[in-house]
Design a protein around this ligand. Structure first.
Ligand code: ADP
Ligand code: MG
Length: 682
């Protein structure tokens, strides 16, 4: 088997499953083995039979007290025995495994592990795995991979396919030269991929992980350097001379630009009017006012007769920017023609938008990845801006830079990362920092509470709604998910609606159709929806100044930077705003992390405190904060690996800037192998 083979080569994967895997962007065997576990589980110690929880997977230790009985049940062969410990009895049941009867001896003491149900015959454990004491002890030391999967694919099947793929693949050829592996003490690729899935113990898993994280960073950095090199060869073919429209826009604003905004605008302006192509990143915390800077750049391009594209990570944000910018240009009295182009548009509207782009009826094209994904045709495209860059995956960022090669590029991000890391990660960009928030803001009142305060919080929201305000409630999940003890939008919104039938609520999550999402968001923006119950799809960019409460369920499951982003959705208008972090863990350590948010609204401080508190052992404990979408790597906790990867990249490029030598050829192939376009998972 080869990595490029379709997944259907693996036994047990047919068309149905292929489709489901494809929805997770797993098409080939190579994609499959690079779908790493989200976390690991160890087998828990057995519990007394009297203490098992129906619905859950449990392990119990006891004695087989009956001879096995095999009969037919609902057309299936069923084998059962009774099982007992000092606290009670339970029935063990296997379907379609008649041969198991041979190994079930009355009087044997075993550990049985499986899902417990409670029915007419009392407690039953279905399809349990049996082990003796020594065998179970060994299992308890093993880490069992847990993958993030859609509900229809079971962990068990997925692990089975993974094993089959790993058994059939030859991964012995390592693209990374031996001297780099030795210098940075990296395990071999073969070992690493096998052990990230099925590690013998934690130590092996961590060393496998370190190598794979290195790979992610290393390849990313090399690609970025390659792009910079390419761009530096080019001059600025776009002669921007006039900037009156930007001046008019600034004068028409209902506020004065902050000092930081003025400084960054002058940097952008210098790029646009200068002799070199702009290639710039604006880093500015939530609410620091990045949109207006984009507007100024767009207006300048339009005034000079050039087209621009503004790309954002979500449909919702695209619509919002379209509305905001159109309004801004209108009130400044400058004729910048905007058009919206997203996947959510009807075919007819989309075609019209594409025509407007191609014929230059539109100066500014605003949209999602559809902008560059679909073969959108532009006329005199000279400027490409991405907003909320941190929500784009690494690959999108590359695709954008690739598409935009030869245009001015402006990238906006709210990720508060230390400058040293920013320079590595955005190695191909110049950096502008927007380190000041508009002065008119009132601080957001934050609090961290436990689930016992949920009711009080709901009542608080009700009072805010009665006063004419709006609220967000964020849940980690869309719907109930087996084994994940966290709130989900579906059940939660039903419960909220029962409690407050008079409140108009809306739900929003990534599994809704783009069109539905937009409708909900528009209704929220118009105030027709009063409480929006959502997943983190609302994390970025959304600007509804009338919303004054952000309540986050299971706040302990999110990274602090992400919580900070979510909180940034409120406190945008004239009203006093509130953020309620609901900690569902009861874990004082997690609570301490959340308290940082209580103490400060400074994104940089939050990020650095977060970093201090997250030890290496924590890597799988906290949902990745979504800043840089590396599969495994976390730019904060893996900062030493990031630095090593940057050093290794420098070393290689110093010797062979274009990776042309035979030794570097494999590296080059590896880098280009995966540079495909993918939608980020929202
Ligand atoms: P960001 O994208 O950086 O999170 P936005 O551009 O959405 O922030 O701006 C947040 C809010 O602040 C918007 O409602 C915007 O109109 C307002 N705003 C931007 N700049 C200023 C300023 N200099 N003074 C007052 N309000 C501002
Ligand atoms: Mg924004």
């Amino acid at each position: 088997m080869r990595e490029s083979d379709p997944v259907t080569k693996i036994r047990g994967i047919g068309e149905q499953i292929r489709k489901q895997l494809s929805s997770m962007e797993i098409e080939t065997v190579g994609d499959l083995i690079r779908h790493y576990p989200a976390r690991y589980e160890t087998y828990a110690s057995p519990v007394p039979i009297a203490e098992v929880t129906p619905g859950k997977i449990c392990a119990v230790r006891g004695e087989i007290i009956s001879d096995p009985v095999t009969n037919r049940y609902g057309g299936l062969v069923r084998t059962t025995v009774r099982f007992r410990d000092a606290s009670g009895t339970i029935r063990l049941t296997w379907f379609r495994m008649p041969y198991i009867a041979g190994s079930l001896k009355k009087g044997n003491v075993r550990i049985a592990r499986g899902r417990v149900t409670e029915g007419r015959y009392g407690l039953t454990m279905d399809q349990p795995a049996l082990a003796d004491d020594a065998g179970y002890e060994a299992l308890m030391e093993h880490l069992q991979p847990v993958y993030s999967l859609p509900a229809r694919i079971s962990q068990r099947s997925f692990s089975k396919w993974m094993r089959a793929a790993l058994d059939a693949l030859d991964l012995s050829e390592d693209y990374l030269p031996r001297d780099i592996r030795e210098r940075y003490q990296l395990t071999e690729q073969n070992f690493s991929i096998r052990n990230i899935h099925f590690p013998a113990d934690e130590k092996e898993m961590l060393s496998a992980r370190r190598r794979l994280v290195f790979d992610e960073f290393f390849q990313f950095i090399l690609r970025a350097r390659g792009m910079r090199e390419e761009r530096e060869q080019q001059g600025n073919p776009y002669h921007f001379q006039a900037d009156d429209w930007a001046e008019r826009l600034i004068r028409s604003l209902p506020y004065e630009l902050t000092g930081a905004q003025k400084k960054v605008w002058s940097e952008i302006r210098t790029d646009l009017l200068g002799s070199r192509l702009m290639n710039r990143l604006i880093q500015g915390d939530v609410g620091s006012g990045k949109t207006v800077l984009a507007a100024l750049a767009l207006a300048t391009a339009a005034e000079n007769g050039w087209q621009s594209a503004l790309m954002v990570p979500t449909e919702v944000l695209a619509e919002q920017h379209y509305r905001t910018l159109t309004r801004m240009f209108e009130s400044a009295g400058i004729p910048v023609r905007c058009v919206l182009l997203t996947g959510a548009l009807t075919a007819a509207r989309k075609r019209k938008a594409q025509e407007a782009a191609a014929s230059h009826e539109a100066d500014v094209i605003i949209g999602t990845q559809a902008l560059i994904q679909e073969k959108a045709v532009y006329d005199r495209l000279a400027l490409v801006i991405t907003d909320e860059q941190h929500r784009f995956g690494v690959q999108q960022r590359e695709a954008l830079a690739g598409k935009g090669s030869g245009t001015h590029i402006l990238v906006m991000s709210a990720t508060p990362i230390p400058r040293t890391l920013a320079i590595i990660l955005y190695g191909d960009l110049d950096l502008s920092v927007l380190d000041e928030v508009p002065a008119n803001r009132t601080p957001i009142r934050s609090c961290v509470v436990g689930p016992d305060k949920r009711r009080t919080s709901w009542n608080f929201i009700r009072r805010q709604v009665e006063a004419g305000r709006q609220a967000y409630i964020v849940c980690p999940l869309v719907e109930e998910s087996e084994g994940v003890p966290a709130e989900n939008v579906k059940d939660y919104s039903a419960a909220f609606a029962r409690a407050f039938p008079g409140i108009r609520i809306g739900v929003l999550h990534g599994r809704m159709k783009p069109m539905e999402k937009n409708q909900v968001m528009e209704q929220f923006a118009r105030g027709e929806i009063q409480v929006l119950i959502a997943t983190t799809v609302i994390e970025v960019g959304v600007d509804v100044p009338n919303a004054t409460v952000m309540m986050i369920e299971n706040a302990e499951r999110f990274g602090l930077a992400q919580l900070h982003q979510l909180r940034g959705r409120v406190g945008r208008g004239q009203y006093e705003s509130y953020c309620i972090f609901l900690d569902g863990s009861g874990d004082p350590m997690k609570n301490r992390r959340l308290q940082i948010l209580n103490q400060t609204e400074d994104g940089f401080r939050i990020a650095s405190e977060d970093l201090k508190m997250r030890g290496p052992g924590d890597i799988f404990g906290v949902q990745q904060s979504g800043e840089f979408h590396f599969q495994l790597g976390d730019v904060y906790t893996d900062a030493p690996v990031l630095e090593a990867a940057a050093e290794a990249a420098d070393r290689i490029l110093a010797e062979d800037p274009r990776l042309e030598s035979p030794a570097c050829r494999k590296i080059r192939e590896e880098i280009h192998r995966k540079a495909v376009w993918k939608e980020p998972a929202l």
